[in-house]
Design a protein around this ligand. Structure first.
Ligand SMILES: O=P(O)(O)OC[C@H]1O[C@H](O[C@H]2O[C@H](CO)[C@@H](O)[C@H](O)[C@H]2O)[C@H](O)[C@@H](O)[C@@H]1O
Length: 357
C-alpha cells in the first residue's frame, strides 16, 4: 500500500465547464419534505465502496497521507499543473459568474477549514464576525446550507445564523431554517437516517474515550451520529498505537465504519449516506431536483467533501470548490486557498448578484 492509499480510489478529475451570473430567483422557502431519507440510506447499507471507507491495513498510511510533506504533488511543476486543473474561484470569478448566469445558485458550505481556520483545539474553531456577515449576506441572496462533520447543534453554535439549513454529522442530521423571511418556522428536523445507531455510537464513544486517555494529545469528539478521534496533537510515533486501539474497538461493531479527515479518524454508521446525499436531499427538499436552471456551489476542504463534489460532477451542474493551500486529489473543479479567500468569494458573489439581480 502506498502512502497515498487514501486517495487511490478517487476518480479522475473532471473540470465543470466554466460558468456565470447569480440570480435571485429563490422563493421556495419553506422547503417541502423530501422523500424518506432513512429508507434511501438503509437501501445502500454496508455499501463500503463509497466515501473512502478505510480498510484495516491502510489506516496509518491514510493518517500520514493528509500531511503536505507526503503529498504526491510536491514538485512545483506539479503544483502549477494542478492549479490549471483546479483554478482559483477568485481569479476565475468571471468564469464562475458566466456558468451560473440565469440560474439559481444554491450554496453549500462546509464548516471546519472552510468557514473557520483549522486550529489545534476543535472547541476553539470559531468563525470571525466578518465571515458570519458574509455568510448571512449569501443566505439573503441564495438558499444556503452548512454541511459539516460536526454535530448539528455544535456547528449551529459556531455559525449562529438561524436562517440557514444545517446538515450535521456528515449530513446525517438535517434541519431547515428556524427563521425564514421574518416568519418563525417550527424547529423542524428534515432528515435523520441513522437514528437507530445512537445507542451504539454512544457506547463506542465511551469506549474510545477511555482508550484514548493513555495517548497524550488524543481526543474523542461526540458528533451525535458520528465520532471523531482527533490525532492532530498526538506525536506521530503514537499513530500506530492509536489506530490499533481504534481498529480493535471497531472490530466489535461491524455496522460502523471508519473514514478519515484532517488529522481525524471519523467513525460513522455503515449506511449509504454522506455529504453528497445531504446535498441531493436538500436540493430535492428545496424543489430543485432535476431542474436544469439550478447552480449548486459546494465549498469544502476535506476528504468527506469529495462525496458532494462527486455528486455535482455527476449531475454536470454547479461547481465544487476545494479549500486548500496544497494540491490534492480532488473532484472539485475550482480551488480557494483558505477561509479568508472563501469570505472574499462569498462577498464577490453577493456583490455581483446585487449589481446584476
Ligand atoms: O465537515 P467539517 O465541518 O469540515 O468537519 C470535519 C471535522 O472538523 C473538525 O475537525 C477539524 O477541525 C479541527 C478544528 O480546526 C481540527 O483541530 C481537527 O484536526 C480537524 O480534523 C471537527 O472537530 C470534527 O468533529 C469534524 O468531523
Amino acid at each position: 500500500m502506498t502512502k497515498h492509499a487514501a486517495f487511490a480510489a478517487e476518480d479522475a478529475v473532471t473540470a465543470v465547464p466554466p460558468p456565470a451570473q447569480a440570480s435571485r430567483l429563490f422563493s421556495s422557502f419553506p422547503p417541502r419534505m423530501a422523500s424518506d431519507c432513512k429508507k434511501a440510506a438503509q437501501l445502500g447499507r454496508m455499501d463500503l465502496a463509497v466515501s473512502g471507507v478505510l480498510r484495516a491495513g491502510s489506516l496509518v498510511d491514510s493518517m500520514k497521507a493528509s500531511s503536505p510533506r507526503y503529498s504526491k504533488f510536491a514538485a512545483s511543476g506539479d503544483h502549477e499543473d494542478w492549479m490549471e486543473k483546479h483554478p482559483s474561484a477568485l481569479e476565475w470569478f468571471e468564469a464562475v459568474q458566466a456558468a451560473a448566469k440565469g440560474k439559481q445558485i444554491v450554496m453549500f458550505l462546509d464548516y471546519d477549514g472552510t468557514l473557520s481556520p483549522i486550529v489545534e483545539d476543535p472547541e476553539s474553531a470559531v468563525m470571525t464576525e466578518d465571515m458570519r456577515d458574509a455568510v448571512r449576506r449569501v443566505s439573503q441572496n441564495f438558499p444556503t446550507a452548512i454541511v459539516s462533520g460536526r454535530g448539528r447543534d455544535k456547528v449551529f453554535n459556531f455559525v449562529k445564523l438561524e436562517e440557514l439549513y444545517y446538515a450535521g454529522s456528515h449530513g446525517m442530521d438535517i434541519k431547515g431554517p428556524t427563521t425564514v423571511s421574518n416568519h418563525k418556522m417550527a424547529d423542524e428536523v428534515l432528515c435523520q437516517p441513522a437514528t437507530e445507531f445512537l445507542p451504539v455510537i454512544q457506547e463506542v464513544y465511551e469506549m474510545l474515550t477511555a482508550k484514548m486517555e493513555s495517548i497524550p494529545g488524543a481526543m474523542v469528539e461526540n458528533n451525535k451520529f458520528c465520532l471523531s478521534v482527533h490525532f492532530r496533537c498526538v506525536d506521530e510515533k503514537e499513530w500506530d498505537g492509536l489506530s490499533a486501539e481504534v481498529r480493535a474497538v471497531l472490530e466489535g461493531y461491524p455496522d460502523l465504519c471508519l473514514t478519515k479527515g484532517r488529522k481525524v479518524l471519523e467513525i460513522r454508521p455503515s449506511i449509504k449516506w454522506d455529504k453528497g446525499n445531504a446535498l441531493e436531499f436538500l436540493l430535492e427538499s428545496l424543489g430543485y431536483a432535476g431542474r436544469g436552471d439550478v447552480f449548486p456551489i459546494y465549498i469544502g476542504d476535506d476528504r468527506t467533501d469529495e462525496d458532494a463534489f462527486k455528486v455535482l460532477r455527476d449531475m454536470g451542474q454547479g461547481i465544487g470548490v476545494l479549500v486548500t493551500k496544497f494540491p490534492k486529489e480532488t473532484t472539485a473543479s475550482y480551488s480557494l486557498r483558505e477561509p479568508a479567500e472563501v469570505k472574499d468569494f462569498l462577498r464577490k458573489l453577493v456583490k455581483s448578484s446585487v449589481t446584476k439581480g
